[in-house]
Design a protein. Structure first.
Length: 301
C-alpha cells in the first residue's frame, strides 16, 4: 500500500500531508487520489490493515493455551517485538488509539474494545472476594498504551524491558500484589527474532507480518492442495506472478508450505501443500480473522 510505505514519523500523524506521503511513497498525486479520497482515508486504510495484521498474529499467541496471565504475558512479549520492528506505524497507531490522528471513532472503538475484552478476562481470575468494575480493564489498557507510546517517543530501543512492568500493571488489580510481583521479577528469555514458542509444546511457526494477502494464499492452498503458482495467485487476487512466487518462497522458508511438484523442471508446474504447521497456522488465522469487520476490506501492497 503506497500510503503505508509513505512515511517515517516520530509523533502521530504530524507532517503527513498528501505531498509528503506521495513523495515518500514515490507515487504521483494522481495515483494517490485514484486509491484514496483524502489523506485521512489513506491513514485509516493503513491503520485498519495494521491492526488486523497485529491482531491475527497476537491471536495465535494468546490462543495457545495456559492461564490467563501466561497467555497475556506471551502476547505482550510478541506485541513489543512487533512494535520494535514497525516503529513508525506503531507510533501512528498508538497515537491514534490515544485520541490523535484521523477521526474514526468506529475503528478506534473496535480495537480498544478488543484489548479491553482480553484484559477483562482477568476479572474471572480475581482473588477471592474482590469485586472489580469493567472500567478496570479500560484504565489498564489506557495505561499500557500510554507507557509504550511514551517509550517510542523517547526513542527507547529496548522495549522488551517493559514486559515485566507492563504485566505488573495488568495483573495487579486482578490477581493481587504477590502475582504482580512475580510478573515484575520474571526475566524475559532472549529471542532470535519473533517466534511463537509454547512452554509445554513444540515450537510454533515463526511470526511473520500476517497480511490479508498472506492469509488468502494459505487459504487457497488449504482449499486446493497441490495448486500451482498461477492458481494460488488467481485465488488470492495477486496480479503479479513474481509477488506470488516471492510470498510462496517466504512461506516455504518458514516451514508453512511445501512444493511437492516438479517445478524445478522447465515447464513443470509447482504443487503447493500446507505443512502440519501451515495447517495449524492457517486454521488459527481463519478462526480468528473476523477481527474488525470484513477483513476483505484491508488493502494490501
Amino acid at each position: 500500500m503506497a500510503c503505508e510505505r509513505g512515511w517515517s514519523v516520530e509523533r502521530g500523524d504530524e507532517g503527513l500531508s498528501v505531498r509528503a506521503l506521495v513523495a515518500r511513497a514515490g507515487v504521483s498525486r494522481r495515483t494517490f487520489y485514484e486509491l484514496f479520497g483524502s489523506r485521512e482515508e489513506c491513514l485509516l486504510a493503513a491503520l485498519d490493515a495494521f491492526f488486523v495484521e497485529i491482531r491475527v498474529v497476537l491471536a495465535v499467541v494468546y490462543g495457545s493455551g495456559g492461564r490467563w496471565s501466561q497467555r497475556l504475558g506471551a502476547a505482550v512479549v510478541v506485541l513489543l517485538e512487533l512494535v520494535e520492528s514497525e516503529r513508525d506505524m506503531s507510533m501512528l497507531a498508538l497515537s491514534y488509539l490515544l485520541g490523535r490522528g484521523p477521526e474514526s471513532p468506529q475503528l478506534r472503538g473496535r480495537v480498544l474494545e478488543c484489548l479491553r475484552g482480553v484484559v477483562d478476562e482477568g476479572r474471572s481470575q480475581a482473588v477471592s472476594g474482590q469485586a472489580l468494575s469493567p472500567l478496570t480493564a479500560e484504565l489498564v489498557v489506557a495505561s499500557v498504551l500510554t507507557v509504550i507510546h511514551a517509550r517510542l517517543q523517547a526513542g527507547s530501543q529496548r522495549l522488551g524491558a517493559l514486559v515485566g512492568p507492563l504485566m505488573w500493571m495488568i495483573v495487579l488489580p486482578y490477581l493481587g500484589p504477590a502475582a504482580a510481583g512475580r510478573e515484575l521479577e520474571r526475566t524475559r528469555r532472549p529471542q532470535a527474532g519473533l517466534s511463537l514458542i509454547s512452554a509445554s509444546g513444540p515450537p510454533r511457526p515463526p511470526v511473520m507480518r500476517v497480511t490479508y494477502r498472506t492469509a488468502r494464499v494459505l487459504e487457497a492452498i488449504a482449499l486446493v492442495p497441490g495448486a500451482s503458482n498461477a492458481e494460488i495467485g488467481a485465488r488470492a487476487e495477486i496480479a503479479d506472478p513474481g509477488q506470488t512466487s516471492k510470498l510462496l518462497s517466504r512461506l516455504a522458508r518458514l516451514g508453512l508450505v511445501e512444493n511437492q511438484g516438479a517445478g524445478w523442471a522447465r515447464g513443470a508446474p509447482n504443487a503447493w501443500h500446507l505443512t502440519d504447521s501451515g495447517r495449524e497456522f492457517e486454521s488459527t488465522i481463519r478462526r480468528r480473522s473476523a477481527l474488525a469487520g470484513d477483513p476483505r476490506r484491508v488493502r494490501d501492497a
